[in-house]
Design a protein around this ligand. Structure first.
Ligand code: ADP
Ligand code: MG
Length: 737
């Protein structure tokens, strides 16, 4: 261990009263024995001394060194939960918050009423809670209620290396809250924990911490892991390749758990889990798989006749199912966990000897043109690939099989970027405004988003009615320098509490107000899931397939025409098509058969169904507390007519409105292919515009140059904004809860 604090510029703030009691914990002997082997245990004294001496401490230690399970126990034993305040610990993932609270309760021999967890809609916190695991989003919401977090004596920010947006914001907020608390004589500690040593963004950022916090490093015991690269890198069916590789490991290599990394829940299920579970029937005949077991002393031999015990692991999995990965597999089986990134650093699965890594990660991608974000699968970083590999060497030497070549690995970025720099900031800006942080430019971000990104977000939120208009006297330059810091509106507060992007949150608010929530939810869910129709443009593998595809395409085109229908959709557009499809599919019981016959993607429809339930619960939970959202008085006209998009855009040929374009439309997104095409286009009536979007209207004599969206001089339509949704009239079955 080394404590490597740069010389502080001023002496650290001493908290007014330090706990001096020791609270005994009655652990089972086997637990105590296992704890003593953890690297952090050896450093307990050094860590706790640093905590006593400093308001903020950074703790770095490899995954599995005991940070998450032991740090709350150290603090508890040192009396930090006995002076009225409790110990809070945040996780970027729900899985970790839930399972770590169970684990720590078990280790401490305390009931869940004392060691508890809270995730967005679920938790077991009581008035007796002393240690509280929660997601970072939950703590952020608590700060909205009590800025000083007076319940807490210590806040631990776990997995800070992941640089999730909420974690970053929490660190920024806590860097202010902790000194405030200490000044008020209500001592508080902040502990930042990271699985990597790259913590300069926290320690060398003087805006964040004027005197740098000490960094304590814990050396983890790690067995060697041999890394095996593929010679070639499968690009298409990598889940298939993963399956083959896993089968081969099971057939050829000695006992030891297998941990497979895929990118998302959908892949975890459709990729391997089912197929692997049917291993008994599986015959592999390929010879191109590279599975070298060099370095293996093959005293132990694989026994392919034993069954593979396959478990999925991802964030949204039910807690009881998640907990299964920590239990020993049934005797005579080999454990195989098919996981998303959650197994990378948050959870340590016992007994893993082999890691199979697809090398990819699902990340939110933000399109600056359209402002629409989506989840895309891309290569992960070298740091994260190495974390994954490390999972194989926890209890004995292990092997990591990478489904990509070493050349491809060489091209990975070294570290994962802070999430805040690669995603839109309007939702985060709205959250911060909801905390009454109006001057977001002055906020001590560990890594700040660009001023342009903040300004664009501010403007969008103003136009959605979530923020108050800037004073009319405000000059454009002031906006540009982001000096105008618009405060939040009541509508904005309601929007801030919906678990979707602000554009969709506005739709939900209006849908609730206009009494058509189920329809709006159906549409928002369909837009979030994106392409609900079968893909028409899939490239053909062979000539034979090509003619089959052409035939299929004709059929699918016909299906789309059917969905577009004769009536409302042709006039109103694609949102009605989406709603019709969701409604009909739901009515038919959402069966694979119905989807196949009607050109719908079954997986997408299932996802929509799940999302609808989730959104309905979320909006109802919020709306019971909130009254009317939208001020029915019309705002005064303004001269601000900022077109959001300067280019001419076109209606996509796949749209129901392509043949008979209406005068005004709204769209979900613009995609640039051969032209700038609007996708998911719906007609709006001109009277709706001044009422819903007065800031885009000019009231008075006609302008000399027509406003861009008013003039279809090029034969095309200019648009207002995205996804402003008003009233719809089709019947949908009620959403299942
Ligand atoms: P870190 O946070 O440093 O990654 P943890 O505190 O999560 O480390 O884990 C420390 C050790 O505790 C791990 O090596 C693991 O073996 C064990 N452990 C953690 N959670 C569980 C669990 N639910 N079941 C069994 N062992 C666990
Ligand atoms: Mg941890």
């Amino acid at each position: 261990v080394e404590t490597c604090a740069p010389e502080p510029k001023e002496p650290p703030v001493k908290t007014p009263s330090q706990p001096t009691v020791f609270i005994p914990v009655d652990r089972l002997p086997e637990i105590q024995e296992a704890r003593l082997k953890l690297p952090v245990l050896a450093e307990e004294q050094v860590i706790m001394e640093a905590v006593r001496e400093n308001p903020c401490v950074v703790l770095c230690g490899q995954t599995g060194s005991g940070k998450t399970t032991q740090m709350p126990q150290f603090l508890y034993e040192a009396g930090y939960a006995s002076g009225g305040g409790i110990i809070g610990i945040t996780e970027p993932r729900r899985v970790a918050a839930v399972s770590m609270s169970h684990r720590v309760a078990m280790e401490m021999n305390l009931p869940p009423q004392v060691v508890s967890y809270q995730i967005r809609y679920e938790g077991n916190v009581t008035s007796d809670t002393k240690i509280k695991f929660m997601t970072d989003g939950v703590l952020l919401k608590e700060i909205q209620k009590d800025f000083l977090l007076q319940h807490y004596s210590v806040v631990i920010i776990d997995e800070a290396h992941e640089r999730s947006v909420y974690t970053d914001i929490l660190i920024g907020l806590l860097s202010r809250i902790v000194p405030l608390r200490n000044k008020k004589g209500l001592p508080m500690k902040l502990i930042i924990m990271s699985a990597t040593l790259r913590v300069e963004d926290f320690t060398e950022n003087t805006k964040l911490f004027p005197s740098p916090p000490p960094v304590i490093k814990v050396d983890a015991r790690q067995f060697p892991v041999s890394v095996h690269f593929n010679k070639r890198t499968p690009l298409d069916d990598y889940t298939g390749e993963i399956f083959h590789k896993t089968c081969k490991i099971h057939r050829m290599l000695p006992p030891g758990g297998i941990l497979v990394f895929l990118t998302g829940q959908a892949e975890v299920h459709t990729g391997d889990e089912d197929r692997l579970a049917e291993m008994g029937d599986y015959e592999y005949n390929g010879s191109d798989l590279e599975l070298d077991d060099d370095g293996e002393d093959n005293d132990e031999k694989a026994d392919p006749s034993i069954p593979l015990y396959v478990l999925p692991l991802y964030s949204l999995l039910a807690p009881e199912q998640q907990a299964m990965v920590f239990r020993p597999p049934p005797p005579g089986t080999r454990l195989c966990v098919v996981a998303t990134n959650v197994a990378e650093t948050s959870l340590t699965i016992p007994g893993v000897k082999y890691v199979v890594d697809c090398g990819r990660v699902k990340k939110r991608h933000y399109d600056r043109v359209t402002g629409v974000s989506s989840f895309l699968v891309s290569w992960t970083s070298q740091a994260s690939a190495n974390q994954r590999a490390g999972r194989a060497g926890r209890t004995e030497p292990g092997h990591c099989y990478r489904l990509y070549s070493s050349a491809v690995f060489g091209d990975f970025s070294e570290f994962s970027e802070a999430e805040i720099t690669r995603r839109p900031v309007e939702d985060l800006l709205l959250q911060m405004k909801d905390l009454n942080i109006d001057k977001v430019v002055n906020f001590p971000f560990p890594t700040a988003p660009s001023a342009e990104a903040l300004m664009a977000a501010e403007q969008l939120l103003v136009s959605l009615g979530a923020l108050k208009e800037p004073p009319r006297t405000a000059r454009v330059q002031d906006m540009k320098r982001a000096k105008i810091c618009c405060p939040i509106t009541p509508l904005g507060r309601a929007m801030a509490s919906f678990p979707v992007a602000p554009r969709y949150a506005k739709m939900l608010a209006l849908g609730k107000q206009q009494d058509c929530l189920p329809y709006v939810i159906a549409v928002v869910a369909a837009m979030t899931v994106r392409e609900i129709f079968e893909d028409l443009e899939r490239p053909a593998a062979s000539e034979e397939e090509s003619s089959k595809l052409a035939e299929n395409k004709a059929r699918l085109m016909q299906m789309r025409r059917v969905w577009a229908g004769q009536g409302p959709s042709l006039q109103l557009g694609d949102l009605m098509v989406l709603m019709g499809a969701v409604g009909a599919c739901e009515y038919a019981g959402c069966t694979p058969n119905f989807c196949e016959q009607n050109g719908l993607r079954y997986k997408a429809m299932l996802e929509i169904r799940r999302l609808r339930g989730q959104l309905t619960n979320a909006v109802n939970a919020v709306c019971s507390e909130v009254g009317v959202f939208v001020d029915s008085k019309m705002a005064p006209p303004t001269e601000n007519q900022t077109p959001l998009l300067d280019d001419t855009v076109f209606i996509h040929p796949s749209s129901a409105l392509f043949k008979k374009p209406p005068e005004f439309v709204v769209y979900q997104e613009v995609m640039e292919t051969t032209k700038m095409y609007m996708r998911v286009v719906s007609a709006v009536e001109s009277e709706w515009i001044p009422q819903l979007l007065p800031q885009y209207c000019h009231f008075g004599p006609p302008l000399e140059t027509p406003t861009p969206w008013l003039c279809p001089s090029t034969g095309t339509i200019k648009c207002l904004s995205t996804s402003t949704f008003y009233r719809v009239a089709w019947q949908l079955p009620a959403v299942e809860r």
